[in-house]
Write a protein that binds this ligand. Sequence first.
Ligand code: NAD
Length: 278
Amino acid sequence: MEIINGKTLAQEIREKLKIECDELKIKGIKPKLAVIMVGEDKASKVYVKNKSKACNEIGIEFEEHLLSADITQDELISLIKKLNTDSTIHGILLQSPIPKNLDINEAFRTITPEKDVDGFNPINVGKLCLNQDTFVSCTPYGIMKMFEKYNIDLEGKDVVIIGRSNIVGKPLIQCCLNKNATVTVCHSKTKNLKEHTKNADVLIVAIGKPKFVTEDMVKENAVIIDVGINRGEDGKLTGDVDFENVSKKASYITPVPGGVGPMTIAMLMNNVIKASSN
Ligand code: NAD
């Protein structure tokens, strides 16, 4: 069994990006990311802080727009439109969740596809479906980079994804299909979940329930990717997979923390450098 070390791989990627960022600066381009956060979500604050730290390390400029929870839809949209036309900004990211009274779909739609470093604009989602060059959303993209690094070829493999969110599960379907895998997507309404997971050569779990996937649900020698981030009362992070027992059966497995999480931020940085280079 081999542990997929997302932390080390993310660091390698960040070092490469730092060189690319320096090269862009020599050409007179100063990569810059604008992040919009609405309201006071505790987890979002941590994510935004980590993104700002990563930008700093690579040399990407970082601009934060902290909006109060009672802003109107029009105010949010007009800020996005302003950032769209600001030539010093290369990437725009709207941190989710945002308050429920705001329409996040309209907001994502408004971010110009060329600056949509999270890959949530429907045009970029469509391009991913068509296997065209685009901004791939960061968590699925990070997972695909892990497969690449560890020489895990998806062609002809049975990939089972648990979770169908717009940010993880759905884009992952396309990413794995584009690599010629046979993809099954399971979710909260799936009957006999175990029947599906037991068949998986590669099992990707993005649910948000600590230690949900147990040893009896996985096939011998399966590759296990744990996307889940669950924070216990003691502040400790746990994945969606019972790592201790499932790892005994797996051929490869990602830990939490130190697996998918660091890769997500590295791929965001990758997308900002890509947006700055275009
Ligand atoms: P979500 O919270 O939007 O949705 C959860 C998904 O799990 C849904 O599709 C639902 O159908 C499915 N689900 C829930 N209960 C289930 C059950 N009993 N059986 C089968 N399916 C079930 O999902 P999300 O935003 O993709 O987040 C999932 C987890 O991944 C969370 O823990 C989140 O914190 C984490 N996450 C991590 C990263 C990262 O960088 N590592 C990025 C995004 C999300």
